[in-house]
Write a protein that binds this ligand. Structure first.
Ligand code: HAM
Length: 419
């Protein structure tokens, strides 16, 4: 009988993030601090665990997130707690509990960290995933909507991420949404209930807007002729939406008006948006957000408006990785000169580059293979000839070209790489 202990595996949908992911995450967080800081946002570190009713009250009892995706369990005292599926509800709770939105009427807050949703894992969809989340409380003006979108796009530009489609919609407000709800219910009543999925049959009665968010292809097909939100919003909401669009247009931001965008969480009203990439497969939404005036009051706080967004860090990392960023600058292949390789690597790092040197006694061929695996931009080769002549051969790994360089010129060569 085999008595070797079975290796313990990670929980399904929970990943270990080694390089390059961990480095990409650090870069995203550093960039978020710098860019969001310039817009007056301050960082908040939130607990991962909250009482379960925070999420059912904030996100909505009929949403997929609350109904199917939360990791909820009783703690040892018997109270139901939930691993946070998103950050907005926790930020609202923290602001109310710490009197933040009472003392100052304007708060701009951001947070980063892991979120948890019990979804079917696939590329870009995990059960533990990470978000960078920004919330702006206290501003009702359309300029606030435009500014937060400009900030999000600024942040993504700094990460080198472009070519995303910005889907935009208006979801109306607490005054006009009920009339839309009635129009939608009237439409749903024209359908045969048995053609809708079980969830939609129930939601048609309890929260008809959620039917629009159903992922079942059959339901989606039936909803093709459903009334559209922008056709039913009140004049104030229509004016607000027109102003947001005009402000974005003035800033050269192109939007795709998507009247079917409802978002998967109940707290939204007025502006709702998503940024979509076509480069990372089926899970292409890299960020989503919108306005949620009334949410703070609904959770027992002051009646302040709010708007925010969250980016999915795994999805952003896929785009950053796709673009070939975050590569080491150098790899030093030196089959018989580990000591010199160590010295040169130090020179290059002191000059601001990043990379590594091979210390093993392997052949030049195997060290060159290591250089390719490391994805370094340049391989510095120290063979017999180079050692004898006090030079190093610099190979551009992308162009497959190479040239000799005197070792004394290495700091200057490194400085050129930095500009
Ligand atoms: P959300 O659309 O549910 O919004 O999530 C925001 C982003 O998180 C998505 O666009 C996606 O990139 C990422 N994401 C969501 N679920 C997963 C998953 N299972 N695996 C990987 N990435 C995922 C919210 O969470 C709102 N709280 C955003 C917000 C902030 N609205 C206002 N303020």
């Amino acid at each position: 009988m085999d008595t070797t202990p079975r290796a313990i595996r990670s929980v399904k949908g929970f990943a270990d993030l080694f390089e390059p992911w961990s480095a990409l995450f650090t870069r995203m967080e550093d960039t978020a601090r710098r860019v969001f800081g310039a817009y007056g946002y301050r960082e908040l570190r939130l607990p991962l665990l909250e009482y379960a009713d925070l999420f059912s009250r904030a996100i909505g009892a009929e949403t997929d997130v609350v109904q199917k995706e939360m990791f909820t369990f009783p703690d040892r005292g018997g109270r139901l707690v939930t691993l946070r599926p998103e950050a907005t509800a926790g930020i609202m709770r923290a602001c109310i509990e710490n009197g933040l939105c009472g003392r100052e009427s304007l708060s701009r807050i951001f947070t980063c960290g892991p979120m948890f949703r019990y979804e079917r894992p696939q590329k870009g969809r995990m059960r533990q995933f990470h978000q960078i989340d920004c919330e702006c409380l206290g501003l009702v003006e359309p300029q606030a909507d435009a500014e937060i979108l400009l900030m999000l796009l600024h942040f993504l530009r700094e990460l080198g991420i472009r070519d995303l489609v910005l889907d935009l919609n208006t979801l109306g407000c607490r005054l006009c949404r009920p009339a839309y709800g009635r129009a939608l219910t009237a439409f749903l009543l024209t359908l045969s209930p048995e053609d809708l999925c079980e969830n939609c049959r129930r939601r048609a009665r309890t929260n008809p807007l959620r039917v629009l968010d159903c992922k079942e292809a059959a339901c989606q097909a039936l909803l093709r002729d459903a009334p559209l939100l922008p056709d039913h919003v009140c004049p104030d909401c229509a004016d607000h939406f027109a102003a947001v669009r005009a402000l974005l247009e003035n800033q050269g931001v192109a939007c795709n008006l998507n009247p079917r965008l409802v978002r998967g969480l109940d707290y939204y009203n007025r502006t709702a948006f998503e940024l979509i990439s076509s480069a990372i497969g089926a899970q292409g939404a890299v960020a989503g957000g919108g306005r949620y005036d009334g949410l703070l009051a609904q959770l027992g706080g002051p009646d302040l408006p709010g708007i925010g967004f969250a980016c999915g860090m795994e999805r952003l990392a896929l785009l950053m990785d796709e673009a070939g960023r975050n590569r080491p600058d150098f790899f030093i292949a030196a089959p018989r000169a580990a000591g010199t390789a160590l010295e040169l690597a130090q020179v290059l790092r002191e000059a601001g580059l990043c990379g590594e040197a091979a210390f093993s006694a392997g052949s030049l061929k195997s060290q060159m293979r290591q250089a390719s695996r490391s994805r370094a931009r340049f391989c510095l080769i120290l063979g017999e000839e180079e050692l004898a002549q006090g030079t190093v051969t610099i190979r551009d790994m992308d162009k497959a070209t190479q040239h000799p360089l005197s070792r004394t010129d290495l700091p200057a060569w490194a400085a050129e790489r930095l500009v």
